[in-house]
Design a protein around this ligand. Structure first.
Ligand code: NAD
Ligand code: DAU
Length: 337
């Protein structure tokens, strides 16, 4: 059996990756290591939790006593665990440094000791390039992160690289664009707007709504990571982008139209501090290796909206009962208009 450790596997992308990996690779045993923060949920793995090829470990990547042995026993590590929400990093950055930077350091130290490690995939983000007014970021471009989340991720990204350059740890680094799909925590724009609109609640659009994100279906992201585990070159960085650049206001219109809801639900609110205007990725490197996104944005968005509409069991407990979510939103829009 190939022993695969997935950190953050109870989160949005991690849980989709665990499901994908177990289905694709009958010879993989996947161990999920997850702290189950507000964003991590056992429910995200409901259909694979009890698979004989899956083990769930409730623990912190920054806890060397827990994370170290798991890394040392692995052939492949796919490191998704992070604090991931930009707005939370603007409100309080501490957890982002502890998890995204220090947690990554703890895993990398263990990776130095691992005897059979073939690949350590550092899941980075397109946000490390900063706001990109024109053109598309290439892997060799300067990193100019502009918020505490993306700065912490850039630190982890370069720390992972340094462990390859210095200690020959078999690191590759992926930088993906905005993911969308099922099991995304409803603080991120698509699930927040979809679930608010379902309940005829306002959807809070930041600033002038003209910010642009490049949307990537989470399945296409999983396919890219999977291919790179096999075909990547240690020490290299790979952009993974959907090629679907959409202004937030247009995304909002599409969501409301798919749900047959009025545009009057749009509530303009004050802008995010330091709000990056645009992200865009040049994906030539990955495409030259044979990867291309397979999910057209229209189809993927419609399926995603339908998933949230049809799976209230998944999101209603978060929005209605989870005190950690209610507290966040009680303070979220104070002082905003
Ligand atoms: P998420 O917030 O949905 O999930 C993060 C998971 O990590 C949760 O299950 C959480 O419990 C776990 N976690 C947090 N701190 C931990 C710790 N100290 N120890 C163990 N587990 C911990 O995030 P996501 O959107 O699935 O993002 C996953 C990764 O992909 C992150 O590294 C993020 O930076 C990166 N990424 C995300 C996107 C996107 O659009 N969502 C795009 C590019 C890159
Ligand atoms: O680009 C990759 C990044 O995408 C990942 O690295 C992050 O982990 C992930 O959270 C995501 O970051 P964004 O900040 O782009 O995602 P978010 O869903 O928070 O916001 C998307 C856009 O929508 C952004 O321009 C801000 C805007 N927005 C967001 C929220 C939550 C709103 O207008 N209103 C909102 O309520």
């Amino acid at each position: 059996m190939v022993k695969v450790l997935v950190t953050g596997g109870a989160g949005f992308i991690g849980s989709n990756f665990v499901r994908y990996a177990l289905a694709q690779h009958q010879d993989w045993h996947v161990t999920t290591l997850d702290k189950l923060t507000y964003a991590g949920r056992r429910e995200n793995l409901h259909d694979v939790m009890d698979s004989p090829r899956h083990t769930f470990v409730h623990g912190d990547i920054a806890d060397a006593a827990v994370a170290g042995p798991l890394v040392e026993q692995s052939h492949i590590v796919v490191h998704f665990a992070a604090e991931s929400h930009v707005d939370r990093s603007i409100a309080a950055a501490g957890d982002f440094i502890t998890t995204d930077v220090v947690g990554t350091y703890v895993l990398l130290e263990a990776a130095r000791r691992a005897k059979d490690l073939r690949r350590f995939v550092q899941i980075s983000t397109d946000e490390v390039y900063g706001s990109v007014p024109t053109g598309a970021s290439r892997e060799t471009d300067e990193l100019k992160p502009r918020n505490p989340y993306s700065a912490a991720k850039a630190g982890a990204d370069r720390l992972a690289y340094s462990y390859w350059a210095t200690y020959d740890v078999p690191v590759i680094i992926t930088r993906a664009s905005n993911n969308y799909g099922p099991y995304q925590f409803p603080e991120k724009v698509i699930p927040l707007f979809v679930t608010n609109a379902i309940d005829d609640l306002p959807v809070p659009l930041y600033g002038d709504g003209g910010n642009i994100r490049d949307w990537l279906h989470v399945d296409d992201h999983c396919r890219g990571v999977d291919m790179l585990i096999e075909a990547g070159t240690n020490g290299e960085v790979y952009n993974i982008g959907g090629g679907n650049e959409v202004r937030n206001v247009d995304l909002t219109h599409r969501i409301l139209t798919l749900l047959d809801k009025p545009l009057s639900l749009i509530q303009p609110v004050a802008d995010r501090q330091g709000h990056d205007r645009r992200y865009a990725l040049d994906t030539t490197k990955l495409r030259n290796m044979g990867w291309a996104p397979q999910v057209p944005f229209d189809d993927g968005l419609a399926a995603t909206v339908a998933w949230y509409r049809d799976q209230p069991w998944w999101w209603r407990p978060i929005k209605e009962q989870d005190p950690r979510f209610r507290e966040y939103y009680q303070t979220r829009y104070q002082g905003r208009a």
